[in-house]
Design a protein around this ligand. Sequence first.
Ligand code: GUN
Length: 296
Amino acid sequence: MTATLLDGRALAARIEGSLRSEVDTFVTMFHRRPRLVVVLVGDLAASGSYVKSKASAADRVGIDSDVVRVPATATTDELVSLVASIARDEHGPADGILVQLPLPERVDTVAVLDAVPPDRDVDGFHPENAGLLSQGRPRFVPCTAAGVQRMLIDAGIETAGRHAVIVGRSDIVGKPLALLLASRGPGGDATVTICHSRSADLAGVTRQADILVAAVGRPRLVTADMVKPGSAVIDVGINRIVGPDGTAKLVGDVDFDAVREVAGWISPVPGGVGPLTVAMLLANTLLAAELRSSRR
Ligand code: GUN
């Protein structure tokens, strides 16, 4: 059996199409465009390219965006002050504020992220937004987790009563996705297991998964023997590796070529979850603008 491909690019393009008309409606009502401000610290090539794709996607749907670049030598205090100044709209109106991760190791990432006001936190990382999600009243849901759930819903993959196994317990993906899949309603009602680096018999657990999500950042960690035949395998990993011919390529956390012969559905890397993360960010930015404008 060869798995059905979950085409994240095509779905993201459809989501962008509807966002474009929702943004048009917003502009008609409020006579301004939603605006996203991204903070990019240092010159990591991967972060630069993600930020570029976020800015061009924003442009496609009619959301204004700006990137504030900061040298890698910036201190925690400087970054906290910068985020506070963005939140005072000193870099132009900022409906959504996003601090691109990872930050340099010496920086206190939590302190910087906590400086983003919860009502502009389009990444959904602030404790207030994490708390709202955990209580089943989500506001800004972390974009990758929201994208994975959207992918499952769109493909008609049943989650209710199914066993979803998530490999990875990060605050950005694993934990929020576990909450989403266990929540009530469409794309939810699953029985959820979170696995991590200390889990015993990882393969034994993943083989029980009707839905298997790999989100650890370990190239090709999930091999064919770890996958239940016919299951849905969602690959969140984006790993840059150098192949035997010396050229760099992107691979996921799933051994795609082997797993596609076992799974019922599989998301590729690139072109799977990545574009959906960006689409969900745009949706969160529009939501932030709507919340702000309707409060005025
Ligand atoms: N770096 C990798 N993924 C993400 C994300 O979802 N948000 C931010 N801000 N940085 C990231």
